[in-house]
Design a binder for this molecule. Structure first.
Ligand SMILES: *[C@@H]1O[C@H](CO)[C@@H](O)[C@H](O)[C@H]1NC(C)=O
Length: 177
């Protein structure tokens, strides 16, 4: 039986809600983490609107899951990019709802940083000026932006307008935010 016309809008809104907002989902469907030989980068995967999940990763030599106990369930997990290869590695993380059995999926990619970009409102800093936040974003060779750069050490170099270079430790002049 077709729905009365007046019911169409609320009905569609309800369907939209069920399939998008109200359904359980992960904070990200895909995460791109930088390959870092020294300190693995971590990223927290969370389930919105969900119950308790059992997590598994298809390739533990690429990404390690922390924060889940054996036979336990959780609605978030820390993904550690432990890949030992600078070439692109992928793994699939599955989260299964321990009640309903529903499965959520996240693709994890670990790759080397190809280029960096500094995001700031100014390229020139004048002495005695208010502090300015400099943010770095990193991209892989295909132009995809990395999800986080946590744990990556950066050396900042400041150049004066006369062309003289001076090195600045990460803490001394420019602060990481
Ligand atoms: C990520 O987590 C691992 C294991 O808990 C830790 O050894 C590492 O230092 C963390 N990485 C960063 C960048 O904090």
């Amino acid at each position: 039986m077709p729905l009365p016309r007046a019911l169409h809008v609320p009905f569609l809104a309800l369907v939209w809600c069920v399939v998008s907002l109200c359904a359980s989902r992960l904070n990200v469907p895909r995460v791109l983490l930088p390959y870092n030989h020294h300190t693995p980068t971590n990223f927290t995967l969370k389930v919105y609107n969900g119950g308790c999940y059992k997590w598994e990763c298809s390739r533990q030599e690429v990404a390690l899951l922390a924060g889940v106990e054996e036979d336990g369930c959780a609605n978030e997990v820390v993904v550690s990019a432990i890949s030992r290869s600078p070439s692109r590695q992928t793994a699939i993380i599955l989260a299964q709802d321990s009640g309903s059995g529903d499965v959520l999926r996240c693709d994890v990619l670990v790759d080397a940083i190809h280029n960096l970009e500094i995001i700031t409102t100014t390229r020139e800093l004048y002495e005695e000026e208010a502090p300015e936040a400099f943010e770095v974003q990193a991209y892989d060779s295909l132009g995809n932006q990395f999800s986080t750069l946590e744990g990556m050490e950066m050396i900042w170099e400041l150049e004066t307008l006369t062309g003289q270079e001076s090195s600045a430790g990460p803490q001394s002049v420019l602060r990481w935010v």
